[in-house]
Design a protein around this ligand. Structure first.
Ligand code: ADP
Ligand code: MG
Length: 362
C-alpha cells in the first residue's frame, strides 16, 4: 500500500524489554514519507533497539510498528522495503565492491543483466563508478561506507535506516558524507531514519530530531525548535551549551526576578519555571555602564575565561551564586578586558529566553 497521506513509519506505544532492562519505553512516533529524521541520544538510550524493531530484526514487547499504515508484526525483514547501514560497514571481505552491492539483488532473485544495471547505477549514485572491482581492504573507510550505502539502496527500498554510519570517519570525511547523504536522499526522495549521538550532525542533517534518553522519546521537533524551546532540562543540556537558571516568578508568570534584576517573559509561564539562556544570547557590559531604567542587566563576576578562536567563553557567577555562560566575540565591548574576578553586567533580551518546567538543579 502506498497512500501518500499515511506516515511512512508509525511507532504506536512501542516498548521493548530484555528481562529487567527496558530498552525502549512507550514510544509513539510518526515519520512522514520523504522525511529525514534523526534519532539523537547518548549510548544506551535505546536508539539501535528502535531501529531493529522497525527493520524487523526484533519484535516489540508491547505496541506495534506500522509501515505505510499497515502493521508489520508478521512481515519478515526482507519484505519491509528497508535498507540498513551500520557504523561498521559489515561488507563481505571476500567480495568486490560490485559483488557486495549485488548481494541483496541476488537474494531477491534478480536476474544477471538487471543486476549489473542496478549495481552500476547504485555505485554511480555514491560516486564509486570506477571502484566496482576493488575489494574492501583496498578501499578507504569512507569508500567502504559508500559501498555499504550503495548496497542498502540497490534494491530500491522506501526507507533507509542508518545507525551511526559516519562514526568511524574523521571529521572532514564526515562533513563531506553528510552533504552527500542529503543529496542522495533528495535524489531518491527516500525516507531516512538516522541514528546519531552527535547533536551537531543531527542539527545539520535532519528535518526533525527525536531526543531519546533511558528508552523514552523525550521531545520531537525541528532543529530550531529543539534548540530554542527545549521541553526539559535534559534536552536543553543535550543540545548545545546553555545556562539553566532558577528564578522567582513575578506577576503570575508574566516575568521573573533573578539576583535582584527583573525581566519580562515573551509568553507568560503557567507553571513553576526555570529559564534557559544560551551563551550567544548573553551580552556583557562594563559594571558602571549607564543603562536606561527599563533595560535588563544583572551584576555578575567573571570566574573563568576560555579562548575559542572565534571569541571567548566566559563563565560568570551571579550575585545569588548561580552560574552563567556568555560568549564574547572579538570587537565586543569587553573583549580586551576579560579578567577573572572582575564585576560586569550581563544582559539578554526577553525573546532569547526559553522557559522550562522547574526541576531540581545539580
Ligand atoms: P543505543 O543504540 O542508544 O546505544 P541500545 O538500543 O543498543 O542503545 O540499548 C538500549 C538498552 O538496551 C541498553 O541498556 C542495552 O544494554 C539494552 N539492550 C540492547 N539490546 C539488548 C539485548 N539483546 N539484550 C539485553 N539488553 C539489551
Ligand atoms: Mg546503538
Amino acid at each position: 500500500m502506498t497512500n501518500e497521506s499515511l506516515p511512512a513509519v508509525s511507532f504506536q506505544g512501542v516498548t521493548r524489554r530484555y528481562g529487567l532492562v527496558t530498552a525502549v519505553s512507550g514510544v509513539n512516533l510518526d515519520i512522514a514519507k520523504g522525511e529525514f529524521f534523526a534519532l539523537l541520544g547518548s549510548s544506551g538510550s535505546g536508539k539501535t533497539t528502535l531501529l531493529m524493531l522497525l527493520a524487523g530484526f526484533d519484535q516489540p514487547t508491547e505496541g506495534r510498528v506500522m509501515i505505510s499504515g499497515t502493521s508489520v508484526s508478521d512481515v519478515p525483514p526482507h519484505r519491509r522495503s528497508i535498507g540498513v547501514v551500520f557504523q561498521n560497514y559489515a561488507l563481505f571481505p571476500h567480495m568486490t565492491a560490485a559483488e557486495n552491492v549485488a548481494y541483496p539483488l541476488k537474494m531477491r532473485g534478480v536476474g544477471r543483466s538487471e543486476r549489473e544495471e542496478r549495481v552500476n547505477a547504485a555505485l554511480s549514485l555514491v560516486n564509486l563508478t570506477d571502484r566496482g572491482a576493488s575489494y574492501p581492504i583496498q578501499m578507504s573507510g569512507g569508500q567502504q561506507q559508500r559501498v555499504a550505502l550503495a548496497r542498502s539502496l540497490v534494491f530500491g527500498p522506501d526507507i533507509l535506516l542508518m545507525d551511526e554510519p559516519l562514526g568511524a570517519l574523521d571529521r572532514r570525511l564526515r562533513d563531506q558524507m553528510q552533504q552527500e547523504l542529503k543529496r542522495i536522499q533528495h535524489e531518491l526522495g527516500i525516507t531516512v531514519i538516522y541514528v546519531t549521538h552527535d547533536q551537531s550532525e543531527a542539527m545539520a542533517m535532519a528535518d526533525r530530531i527525536g531526543i531519546m534518553s533511558g528508552g523514552e522519546l523525550l521531545q520531537v521537533a525541528d532543529p530550531e525548535t529543539i534548540y530554542a524551546a527545549p521541553s526539559s532540562h535534559f534536552v536543553a543540556r543535550f543540545i548545545g551549551e546553555c545556562s539553566i537558571l532558577r528564578v522567582t516568578s513575578l506577576d503570575r508568570g508574566k516575568g521573573y526576578e533573578i539576583a535582584g534584576a527583573r525581566e519580562r517573559l515573551p509568553n507568560p509561564a503557567t507553571a513553576p519555571f526555570d529559564i534557559v539562556v544560551r551563551p550567544e544570547n548573553v551580552s556583557l557590559l562594563p559594571f558602571d555602564e549607564a543603562r536606561s531604567n527599563d533595560a535588563f542587566a544583572v551584576p555578575a563576576t567573571i570566574r573563568d575565561v576560555t579562548y575559542l578562536g572565534s571569541g571567548w567563553r566566559v563563565a560568570l557567577e551571579l550575585g545569588d551564586g548561580q552560574s552563567l555562560l556568555a560568549n564574547v566575540m572579538r570587537g565586543d565591548l569587553l573583549a580586551g578586558s576579560l579578567e577573572p574576578g572582575k564585576t560586569v553586567k550581563a544582559s539578554w533580551v526577553p525573546a532569547s529566553v526559553a522557559v522550562l518546567p522547574t526541576e531540581g538543579l545539580p
